[in-house]
Write a protein that binds this ligand. Sequence first.
Ligand code: GDP
Ligand code: MG
Length: 427
Amino acid sequence: LGGSVVRALQKMSNSTIIDENVLNECLKEITRALLQADVQFKLVRDLQMNIKNIVNLDHLAPGHNKRNIIQQAIFNELCKMLDTGEPSFMPKKGKTSVVMFVGLQGSGKTTTCTKYALYHQKKGWKPALVCADTFRAGAFDQLKQNATKAKIPFYGSYVESDPVQIAVEGVDRFKKENRDLIIVDTSGRHKQEAALFEEMRQVSEATNPDLAIFVMDGSIGQAAYDQAQAFKQSVAIGAVILTKMDGHAKGGGALSAVAATKSPLTFIGTGEHMHEFEVFNVQSFVKRLIGMGDLSGFIDKIQEVEYQQPEHMLELLDGNFTLRMMYDLYLLKGPMGQALSLLPGLGAKLMRKGQEKESQAKIKQLDNTDPKLIKDSRIMRIARGSGRKVAEVMEMLNELNEYKQRAKILSQMKEVKNLKKGGMSSL
Ligand code: GDP
Ligand code: MG
């Protein structure tokens, strides 16, 4: 998707006069790109109308960068669509909260319950897990395994078949034990059938949760809106978590889920492992969705790179991303670091303010995990030279792989290929 939007904007930057035709053409291209990303048709149409209303080309003073204004308008509108304006319920430490998870079978509820519990446990909560899924064979074993691995107390039964009774027993038990975050995992079905919703309603009524979280597979495409709405109509959903955002998910599901439930997206699941769980950040998500780094800023900066660090330039255009570039990027050092931070996906990484704690947790995890890397004298050198901890440099290395993949994608972009053929002047 990023590519198409970038292309649309590139097209606009190539025409000196941005008139209504160009705006329309740009909107058409962006519309197509958003639909390809599985954004619901109605939402795309609304977005298109809003942008037309906001961007009044006639009233823009000459000299304004109209391309930037349109780009900003698209960005703002998408952010607005994802921001319900109301923060989700926040459990408080030391005060009992009950959080119930709902969603179709296979959406990732059980996995996400543990991720959610672990996330809070690391931050000082005392979570506990209750398995109220008596529908699927092996459901309790799965939760038990996850919980044991994460060292989180759990409750469930192999014999009791009434989910309501287990939920109530579990919640009561953990209230007595002064757990402050009691998480109830429920069953799902393959389809949005009446029995599932009835069971959900009963469990909800009996346990009176402070928050019901709707878990949805992020890769289900256009079906997202209807599914989310069906759940919303049966249970008072207060937040959404999208899973499997590491796979083929194209992101449109996020907009649909928020629009249908009118609830904020709070976390995303990015893998099967327990730590593959991220706080959802609207702005970085939208940037990723439309592939919108600050492209014009990038082009300015990249010209500086060519001048000051030509070796970096060649490497990047060939799809290589080196440790040195990573280092510059991380510290926002040098024109390369600054240029890369303006690119789609990369900038977002750096903008994760307020997540320093998570980063620290990551660093701690990495501390002893890869001794092979610790021996690398290059890392030591970089750590010494930058006054950073080795563990921090190792975290960068972890991200390096990700950037390497992005650099490959970048090198295959038409714009970059042209750049390689024609040199900087082709920009
Ligand atoms: P439930 O039926 O809703 O409880 O779903 P599960 O938690 O059992 O998950 C179903 C499958 O999805 C399992 O194989 C999980 O490992 C997998 N899964 C869950 N979350 C994610 C995620 O964020 N990314 C990936 N790739 N797989 C996930
Ligand atoms: Mg389950």
